[in-house]
Design a protein around this ligand. Structure first.
Ligand code: 1HE
Length: 264
């Protein structure tokens, strides 16, 4: 039996999932997508945050081009494959649990589509981003036209795809593909160290606040302003029902809570 693509472990209430096919640069075949779908369909109840990382020098080389080539997929076959990616990655983005992607090396094609479904992306300084589909004679099918285009703008995505240009970590950060770049002079922590630190901090937020943040903001961005404001009010009302709202507010009122301060 083939080794699993996804290894799942836990650190307290943080779920750690590792893409585990480094010898194939964590390329995504049909089984890999099914495993991602299965994990994000059944997130254990005590898990508050998920850290998604990868074995080896590269986060993910995208679609398994060998499988794609060998299967000689027709239009309907590939439509089904794309829909399976959409289902799996939608569970990452809209599962209600914050997901942090810890990136290194290649984050390309479907690998960038996978990273784009995460809520926070922490990149090693050697990370690079590209959408080489145009150069391979295919098109994005794992959600980039929606998620990646939302992050970098449709126009920038068109340019990246037409030219096959490769962005380094700093260029990626400038466009929003990475929120943090690590392992450099400005930030000597490893991407994993920072990802874990962020995961621990986020796990300390109220459960319902985290749910609202990862479930409603990107959806509201797709709504009209009128609908968005209505949805925001409803979401705020639901979060207000959380068990720890009064305690957390009380800590501030009684001067026991942290203050918001600049970091530098
Ligand atoms: C692969 C894949 C893959 C590596 N499918 N097998 N994605 C791409 O166009 C990226 C293609 N990959 C690369 O450009 C490079 O492999 C990397 C820059 C990611 C890494 O380079 P390197 O020198 O570290 O590794 P390598 O020697 O190229 O690859 C090691 C092995 O992984 C090798 O197999 P081996 O049997 O010869 O050992 C490679 O063939 C294999 N490998 N990448 C299959 N992608 C839903 S639509 C989504 C559309 C897309 O994602 S298109 C983008 C596809």
């Amino acid at each position: 039996m083939a080794a699993p693509f996804l290894l799942a472990t836990e650190l307290d209430n943080i779920g750690i999932v590792t893409l585990n096919k480094a010898h194939k640069r964590n390329a995504l075949d049909e089984d890999a997508i099914a495993e991602i779908d299965a994990y994000f369909s059944n997130i254990p109840e005590h898990i508050r945050v998920i850290l998604m990382k990868a074995e080896g020098d590269h986060f993910c080389a995208g679609l398994d081009l060998k499988e794609h080539h060998d299967k000689e997929r027709g239009a309907v076959d590939f439509l089904r494959v794309c829909q399976s990616w959409h289902r799996a990655f939608d569970k990452i983005e809209h599962g209600g649990i914050p997901v942090i992607a810890c990136l290194q090396g290649a984050v390309v094609g479907g690998g960038l589509e996978l990273a784009s479904a995460a809520h926070i992306r922490v990149a090693d300084s050697g990370t690079f981003f590209a959408l080489p589909e145009g150069t391979r004679g295919i098109f994005t099918g794992g959600g980039a036209t929606v998620r990646t285009a939302k992050i970098i703008s449709p126009n920038r995505m068109i340019e990246l795809m037409l030219t096959g240009r490769v962005l380094d970590a700093v260029e990626g950060e400038r466009l929003g593909l990475a929120h943090y770049v690590c392992n450099n002079e400005a930030n000597p922590k490893t991407a994993y160290e920072l990802s874990l630190e962020l995961a621990q901090r986020i796990a300390g937020n109220a459960l319902l606040s985290n749910y609202a943040i990862v479930s409603s903001i990107s959806r509201i961005a797709d709504m009209s302003a009128t609908d968005g404001l209505f949805a925001e009010g409803l979401m705020a009302a639901v979060v207000q029902t959380g068990r720890d709202v009064q305690d957390r507010l009380g800590e501030f009122v009684n001067k026991k809570a942290h203050k918001v301060k600049p970091t530098k």
